[in-house]
Design a protein around this ligand. Structure first.
Ligand SMILES: [Fe+2]
Length: 276
């Protein structure tokens, strides 16, 4: 069983939402009987063994909603996870430190996705993963991130059983503080790209690419970035996913900041993406 049968599900607006926020949430998309089976399976087995179970592949990894979103973002024949971790904890617990997972790189390419699946109800009291929207563009050394606690704009992904959320690999995240008593299971795994980026999802004929300050690229919450970066970063990632990076530079029309770079002046030897 592979990803070739998965149909993409995202619209232009949803792909752009991923670019801006760095995550997409799909609540209760896995059925109750699968959630129950997975929870029981995890009692006695290594979570990685689930990767060989057809039921798990069909209903979780290739889930029509969540897998369809992965298909839209990573393209045809995306690769399925080769490893899986169960972040199983005994609540109550203090919050984890903010972090990005190992090997993270800040950039505009979407070549991997980091995905979380809750096989059980995970309300606020059970310490759901907390993510910081837009932080996939925000670099910080690990030892600095660990000093933060409550961050304005952070989202706790409280969700019912069977929920899956998809994140940019390098988004800031942590297990939030839990107050309830009991076991919390949370499965986490990665997919990766096997084909070049292309605008192959539900294309909206009315979607306007726009440029620079277009409202569609603006974040609604705090981004902690310098002025203009929130729209620039989201727009550039969206254009990269469309395989339109040269067009991004064209529509940006030299109005990037600081002004005049890179359209009006280029350092000697500088080559734009896809430029010979
Ligand atoms: Fe993590």
């Amino acid at each position: 069983m592979d990803s070739s049968t998965v149909q993409h599900t995202l619209t232009d607006a949803e792909v752009l939402s991923f670019c801006k926020n760095g995550y997409l949430m799909y609540k209760a998309v896995v059925s109750g009987d699968i959630n129950k089976w997975v929870t029981e399976f995890l009692e006695d087995n290594d979570p990685t063994c689930l990767l060989k179970e057809d039921r798990f592949i069909e209903h979780v990894l290739l889930n029509p909603k969540a897998g369809g979103a992965v298909r839209a973002l990573l393209g045809e024949n995306f690769a399925l996870p080769t490893g899986m971790a169960n972040h199983r904890v005994e609540d109550p617990l203090d919050a984890q430190n903010w972090h990005r997972d190992g090997g993270s790189r800040v950039g505009y390419e979407v070549n991997h996705l980091q995905v979380f699946y809750y096989p059980q109800d995970t309300p606020i009291e059970m310490g759901p993963t907390e993510v910081l929207p837009g932080s996939h563009f925000l670099f910080s050394p690990q030892n600095m991130m660990g000093h933060y606690d409550l961050v304005r704009g952070a989202i706790r992904t409280a969700a019912p059983a069977g929920s899956i959320f998809i994140t940019a690999y390098n988004i800031w995240h942590r297990r939030s503080r839990s107050t309830a008593t009991g076991l919390r299971n949370m499965l986490k795994y990665c997919y990766w790209r096997m084909s070049p980026p292309v605008r192959d999802w539900r294309i909206d004929p009315a979607f306007e690419f726009g440029h620079d300050h277009s409202p569609q690229y603006q974040m609604e919450g705090p981004t902690f970035r310098v002025q203009f970066r929130e729209w620039y970063d989201a727009a550039r990632m969206f254009y990269w996913l469309c395989d339109m990076t040269p067009e991004f530079e064209a529509v940006n029309d030299g109005r990037d900041w600081p002004p005049g770079y890179p359209i009006l002046w280029k350092p000697e030897g500088f080559h734009r993406y896809n430029e010979a």
